[in-house]
Design a protein around this ligand. Structure first.
Ligand SMILES: [Zn+2]
Length: 253
């Protein structure tokens, strides 16, 4: 199947450094003895075959819903590319992961009992993602998005977390601190608890974070996000931080 993100072989030295950082976090830890996640196929409705994924990755938007748009840059594409890289990294390190979508589509028609979606595509799309995530039985949901703000100076990766579980705040904290340490030391953003404006995080019952990877409205950050190297760096940061989260959770058991 054609994948829409960067081939594995474009890894440059910088990105290798990030991968090794992730490897340093993960290698040798007994928490990750699960098998490979297979072909990275999108989640389908219904109960997944056991064992459940450890992580469910949700690339925001898709299809008719482009998400934040600036010029030719569409949020939905960047989300999918970063999510795909992230999924590959999990697979490489034996962490079971699934994606809600692997193609440029909305997900409003995934469930038979939601057939009449005319005029409700966006809300059914979000409801489907929520259901896919919860029915996956994953230990963590990671939503991948891009930000856009009228004030062009706003920039920096920002992590939101679900108000429904303490683990969500913990996972967000780790990711936000990794972003500061490895992506941009000048990023002073702090994690934010999701309000009802973030449909999935507000309702989801499994631990969940949503990562706004950067601001498309900031020319400098948009230029970075348009390069495969920077997207791989972002994916590596998400990989290492969520891996750290899983490891901490495993230890606490
Ligand atoms: Zn978005």
């Amino acid at each position: 199947m054609k994948r829409n993100y960067i081939p594995r072989f474009v890894l440059n030295y910088t990105v290798y450094a990030f991968l090794f950082m992730g490897a340093a976090v993960l290698v040798g830890r007994a928490a990750f003895t699960g098998g490979l996640s297979g072909d990275g196929a999108a989640l389908t409705a219904g109960v997944p075959e056991s064992p459940p994924p450890q992580i469910v990755i949700d690339p925001g938007h898709g299809g008719e819903d482009g998400g934040a748009t600036v010029g030719d840059t569409l949020e939905k594409d960047l989300n999918l590319q970063i999510a795909g890289c992230l999924n590959d990294m999990y697979t490489l390190f034996g962490i079971r992961s699934e994606m809600t979508r692997t193609e440029d589509v909305m997900l409003y028609d995934r469930f038979d009992d939601l057939e009449d979606y005319r005029g409700k595509k966006k809300s059914y799309d979000l409801r489907s993602r929520l259901r896919l995530a919860e029915e996956s039985g994953a230990a963590l949901y990671v939503g991948v998005h891009m930000n856009k703000f009228p004030q062009e100076s706003s920039k920096g990766l920002q992590v939101y977390y679900s108000p429904n579980t303490d683990e969500s705040a913990r996972a967000a904290q780790i990711t936000q601190s990794y972003a500061k340490k490895y992506l941009d030391p000048a990023n002073e953003r702090e994690t934010k608890q999701a309000t009802s404006a973030i449909y999935i995080l507000k309702r989801i019952r499994i631990p969940a974070v949503l990562v706004e990877c950067g601001f498309l409205s900031n020319a400098e950050e948009r230029a970075l996000l348009e390069t495969p190297e920077y997207r791989l760096k972002v994916a590596a940061v998400l990989f290492a931080s969520t891996g750290e989260y899983l490891q901490v959770q495993e230890k606490g058991r």
